[in-house]
Write a new protein. Structure first.
Length: 531
């Protein structure tokens, strides 16, 4: 029998204990003792540090490969250390998704305990399902017990779990909090310097130059200094459970006056702390990369850095900023936000202010919506058929009274007529609604024209927020994205970039016909949605 191994650990602690390595050793040995053949390398289906609780199935790539290969009949049995390695999900659907895929493929389950479950039999299905149900409930009970322990520790002022805040100490034996003799003065210094108006970036560079070590290593970034300068921990309130708002009292490193002075200083200097300046970028959150399809992010400086002039904001592919683990860095060039936004708005404004353009598109959309269907004619036809059906029913009753039709025949004919009547009544009602809707749309034409005129009047002086709202409202249709950014791209009639080695004017001339055609088709869609 052909066998495959599935190995999984769910936590960093288990990973550090090398339990994947032990599974990779024990499972092939068990397969050999059973006289089975290893159909794939032992490490072909591994989920290292992947939880088996509900809602995380898509992250278990090893299991997904296992189920796909099972469907291809590449092995006959899956061997695991214990069946709960497959799932501890409390979601019945997720458990069924795993076991059901193996059952359909005719694959059995085996564990190191010596048990083999043939999912095609009632006994095997019940045994495997029971193992996963017990594992799910045991996991739930363990989680609830852990949470009760944490809540009790918080209520008693003890540290329930996690690292001790930087600058403080905690003795697990006596449950006593204290101040770190070396780090607490550094925290106090950070608050004093921030309160005096010094930037977090300058403080971070100074701490690096002095060789002050962080708890987890690395350099003192501006963000790290800002995090310390804004934590309530250092005024004596450690948030042990943010979701529930539970706080443990700890020894304060700074007094409340100094803590509040630091917050005031950070707020007054928006580039350094809490109240950051908000910018409205036209394509932020609604653009994707034309090269790899990833989200377009914003790369912008938060202010002057080390005496240099602030750089402008750029649109940049998120896979250029942070390459995926399995893949290469995207090579889409960065585009200045101001340049791209100007091109997008220029094209959209051109469409909006062109005389008669939106009206023609609206008329085409309306004609397409009504094309091939005369609802008033259909209404008259169905009402006529309904009247004829009523006359036929009266004729059947008259024949029955004269004895020309038996009672059974009359019942059959009236039953068929009743079903036809119900269908005709539904068609008549639908035709009445459609006819009334068409009349309302024709009556609204004058109102639409006046609203378009008002829209055009506002275009020249539109704010950035209004421009973005118009872009999102008028140019849907690219999935979740409105704009697709590339080295140069024409989408929905919007020229949002520039061809390498080609001037903007030359590129616009070369693409004019394409842009015009695409924009007309897109505006047709837009106005059908808006109307």
């Amino acid at each position: 029998m052909r066998a495959a191994c599935y190995c999984r650990v769910s936590s960093q602690r288990q990973r550090d204990a090398h339990t994947i390595a032990s599974q990779l050793r024990m499972l092939p040995e068990y397969i050999a003792r059973q006289g089975w053949t290893l159909a794939a390398p032992a490490d072909a289906y591994v989920d290292d540090g992947r939880t088996a609780k509900a809602g995380h199935l898509e992250k278990r790539h090893g299991l997904l490969r296992l189920l796909a290969d099972a469907a291809d009949r590449r092995f006959d049995v899956v061997v695991v250390v214990a069946l709960d390695r497959l799932s501890r999900a409390e979601d019945m659907g997720e458990r069924g998704q795993i076991l059901g895929a193996l059952q359909v493929a005719g694959v059995q389950l085996a564990s190191l305990s010596g048990e083999t479950c043939d999912l095609r039999t009632l006994a095997g299905e019940v045994s495997a399902s029971l193992h996963l149900i017990v594992a799910a409930h045991a996991n739930k009970a363990r989680r609830e017990a852990t949470m009760r322990g944490k809540l009790e520790a918080i209520a008693q002022g003890r540290k329930p779990a996690g690292p001790t805040p930087w600058g403080l100490t905690y003795d697990r034996a006596t449950h006593a909090w204290g101040l770190d003799a070396e780090r607490a003065p550094i925290v106090r210094e950070i608050y004093q310097r921030v309160a005096m108006g010094e930037s977090c970036e300058t403080i971070g560079r100074d701490l690096d130059d002095r060789g002050i070590a962080r708890a987890r290593g690395g350099s003192w970034t501006r963000e790290r200094v800002w995090q310390i300068a804004t934590q309530t921990t250092y005024r004596g309130e450690w948030r042990a459970d943010k979701a529930r708002g539970l706080v443990v009292p700890v020894p304060p490193v700074v007094d409340r006056d100094l803590w509040q002075a630091a917050q005031t200083a950070l707020t007054s200097y928006g580039l350094r702390g809490l109240a950051r300046t908000r910018h409205t970028y036209l394509c932020e959150g609604i653009a994707v990369c034309a090269v790899c399809g990833s989200r377009i992010a914003i790369a912008s400086a938060t202010g002057p850095s080390r005496g240099r002039r602030p750089r402008p904001a750029y649109y940049v592919c998120s896979h250029r900023l942070r390459p995926p683990r399995s893949g290469t860095r995207c090579d889409l060039p960065m585009r200045q936000v101001a340049e791209v936004d100007a091109r997008v708005w220029a094209r959209l404004a051109e469409v909006l202010v062109e005389p008669g353009y939106l009206e023609r598109a609206l008329a085409r959309a309306e004609s397409e919506a009504e094309e091939g269907r005369d609802w008033e004619r259909d209404l008259a036809e169905w009402e006529g058929r309904l009247r004829r059906l009523e006359r036929a029913e009266s004729g059947i009753l008259a024949r029955y009274r004269r004895g020309l039709v038996s009672e059974r025949a009359m019942d059959a004919e009236l039953g068929a007529a009743g079903r036809e009547r119900e269908a005709l009544e539904r068609q008549v009602e639908a035709a009445r609604r459609q006819s009334a809707g068409a009349a309302r749309r024709r009556a609204d034409a004058a109102g639409v024209a006046s609203r378009l005129a008002e829209l055009r009047a506002r275009v020249p002086g539109a704010s950035q927020a209004t421009r973005r709202a118009l872009l999102v409202a008028l140019v849907p249709g690219l999935g979740e994205a409105v704009v697709r950014l590339g080295a140069w791209t024409v989408e929905a009639g919007l020229i949002v970039g520039e061809a390498d080695g080609m001037s903007a004017s030359a590129h616009a001339r070369d693409q004019a016909s394409v842009a015009g055609c695409r924009s007309e088709r897109r505006i047709d869609k837009v106005l059908r949605v808006v109307a």
